[in-house]
Ligand binder design. Structure first.
Ligand code: ARG
Length: 406
């Protein structure tokens, strides 16, 4: 009996060639796992059939959407997840959940190999392999695309044709796209020159801001303990909030990101993202935190958030530090309940209102009008002590005849 390999399959040319390559070069039985993480390509049964047609002995499409939202995006939102303060991490968040299901399939099928179709110069290979081996260090990972020498698309098509792998008949997209519930990542083609403006055809979730409605659109996102729970007063699950906010923000042209990004493997790359719902939800969530969390927590948390994003971007989802940071973030979220009002207008999203039963905003303390409860008398003593160290320092400098040194 042959050994088995579980392959992360997408239905595209790369992973289809992987099936044949694993059969022919490694003499393995191939089991394909297709992760449904809410990507646009909807007909996953067709993708399963294609896997079997190419030669897989089994193919499963696994619906990971609920788990993705509840176990992954909830933690990402608690961390206001943004790599390099710009990228809300589309691909980096989906890799660990897919890896988890690959490992699970290996156990179910008794496979000792697991394979992915990532190239040898991206982050995704790192994420898959680190996640897989941290879940089961005994599994062996195979990365056919990294090993074979079919560098160009025409070479790959030729190999596919010669080995009976269906070759796409239509020209297909000139871009490499990875997408899921949280948004889309688009790279390659003309985007590889960072001076080129992204062409209109890379976008599918957002309207060109110049074509957007002339009237602004307002939307209210509600949160319960840090998790989105309503849109415009209508209670809904986090996943439905994402779909809804993708629609609202998308039709107002909000959520396009064009950036130069530092990959873990040391390469700078030009990346475009389309993340209307994710960015709107993170913007609203941050705003509600500003209202509900104490100053010290708010000032400390961004350090945790940055480290969290760096770890997850770098493939360390299943790691002790990431778990510890999750615990910190979770402990801050119990207070984050309330609503945030956003106004969308031709590509922009502005917070125009926020309220919470846990609000730490005290009108009496803040107001300059009647009803003021702030004790001004205590301000003088506070200032005296707050300024004591610098006053002491200034006096010493002055006595030493050194005034004016700064
Ligand atoms: N640069 C992004 C990341 O590392 C997106 C990767 C997109 N992957 C792809 N196959 N197009 O998270």
């Amino acid at each position: 009996m042959k050994e088995k390999v579980v392959l992360a399959y997408s239905g595209g040319l790369d992973t289809s060639c992987c099936i044949k390559w694993l059969m022919e070069e490694k003499d393995l039985d191939v089991i394909c796992v297709i992760g449904d993480v809410g990507q646009e390509k909807k007909d996953l049964n067709y993708v399963c059939e294609k896997a079997l047609k190419v030669g897989a002995i089994a193919a499963e499409a696994i619906d990971m959407k609920e788990e993705y939202v509840n176990e992954y995006l909830t933690k990402a939102l608690a961390a206001n997840c943004m790599y390099e303060n710009k990228y809300p991490m589309v691909s980096a968040l989906s890799r660990p959940i897919i890896a988890k299901h690959l490992v699970d399939a290996c156990h179910r099928y008794g496979a000792k190999y697991v394979a992915h179709g990532c190239t040898g110069k991206g982050n995704d290979q790192v994420r898959f392999e680190v996640a897989i081996t941290s879940l089961d260090p005994d599994l062996q990972v195979l990365a056919p695309v990294r090993e074979w020498d079919l560098l160009t698309r025409p070479q790959e098509m030729e190999w596919a044709e010669a080995h009976g792998v269906p070759v796409p008949t239509t020209k297909g997209s000139p871009y490499s796209i990875d997408d899921n519930l949280w948004g889309r990542a688009i790279e390659c083609g003309v985007l590889e020159d960072p001076w080129n403006e992204p062409p209109a055809d890379i976008y599918s979730l957002t309207v060109d801001p110049q074509q957007c409605p002339d009237e602004p659109e307002v939307a209210v996102i509600g949160f319960t303990a840090g998790v989105p729970s309503s849109v415009n007063g209508e209670p809904m699950s986090f996943i439905d909030c994402i779909w809804k906010m993708n629609e609202i923000a998308g039709r107002n042209g909000y959520g396009r990101v064009d950036m130069i990004e530092n990959r873990l493997v040391g390469v700078k790359s030009r990346e475009c993202y389309e993340v209307p719902g994710a960015l709107a939800i993170i913007t609203a969530h941050r705003e509600l935190e500003d209202l509900c969390l104490s100053r010290d927590v708010l000032h400390y948390k961004p350090q945790i958030e940055q480290e969290w994003a760096r770890l997850v971007y770098n493939g360390l989802w299943f790691s002790p530090l990431k778990n510890a940071l999750d615990a910190f973030n979770a402990s801050t979220q119990t207070m984050v309940t309330g609503e945030v009002r956003l106004k969308f207008y031709k590509g922009s999203c502005t917070v125009v209102g926020r309220k919470s039963p846990n609000s730490l905003y005290d009108f009496g303390l803040a107001t300059y009008d009647s009803g003021d409860t702030f004790d001004r008398d205590s301000a003088k003593g506070f200032i005296d002590l707050h300024g004591l160290p610098t006053r002491t320092w200034a006096k010493q400098r002055k006595d030493a005849g050194a005034e004016g040194v700064i």
